[in-house]
Design a protein around this ligand. Sequence first.
Ligand SMILES: Nc1ncnc2c1ncn2[C@@H]1O[C@H](COP(=O)(O)OP(=O)(O)OP(=O)(O)O)[C@@H](O)[C@H]1O
Ligand SMILES: [Mg+2]
Length: 167
Amino acid sequence: MYQGQQMASTQVRDRRHGDGQGEAPTSMLAATTDRQVGITLPPVPESARVAREFTTTALRKWHLDPLISDAVLIASELVTNAISHGTTATGSEGPGLVELTWSYQISRVICVITDRATEPPVMAPADTDAESGHGLRIVAALAAAWGWTMLGTGEKAVWAALHLPAH
Ligand SMILES: Nc1ncnc2c1ncn2[C@@H]1O[C@H](COP(=O)(O)OP(=O)(O)OP(=O)(O)O)[C@@H](O)[C@H]1O
Ligand SMILES: [Mg+2]
């Protein structure tokens, strides 16, 4: 196992237990179909907990329990990034909301997180002693694939996919 994966695995263990504390922010169910659920989240730290709970509920509803722990951590890291790094735009509409959507596709589940920053996510070099720069390495270690795209509306989407468990 190369160093980056080792570091990510350690960080994964450390981050699996969210704080579970804090006031519930105002969030809103944005979209619900049989195979897609979405929520809008205000740019406050408590939204990471809402994202974790939302992800758990979605995957449990789809009977994808074996994926829940990885999916929760991925959503938590990407929503935290969207809040920390992706809502700094100061347009007339302010920093805006973050959106989290989970889609249940034929052979995978995908989460998409949108934010209002045009700066892309950049995975930091592996450094076990660094205090930051771990979130995307954790996502990369857990997800089958991840990436980002600009939406052309002053927004960006960051996504991560997990393969469905084998039957
Ligand atoms: N949604 C985003 N919008 C803009 N920049 C981002 C976004 N997500 C990540 N980045 C950039 O990518 C870098 C790496 O993100 P990463 O999550 O790995 O580390 P971090 O957020 O800085 O620290 P940590 O996750 O360990 O608390 C960030 O420092 C930031 O510069
Ligand atoms: Mg981060």
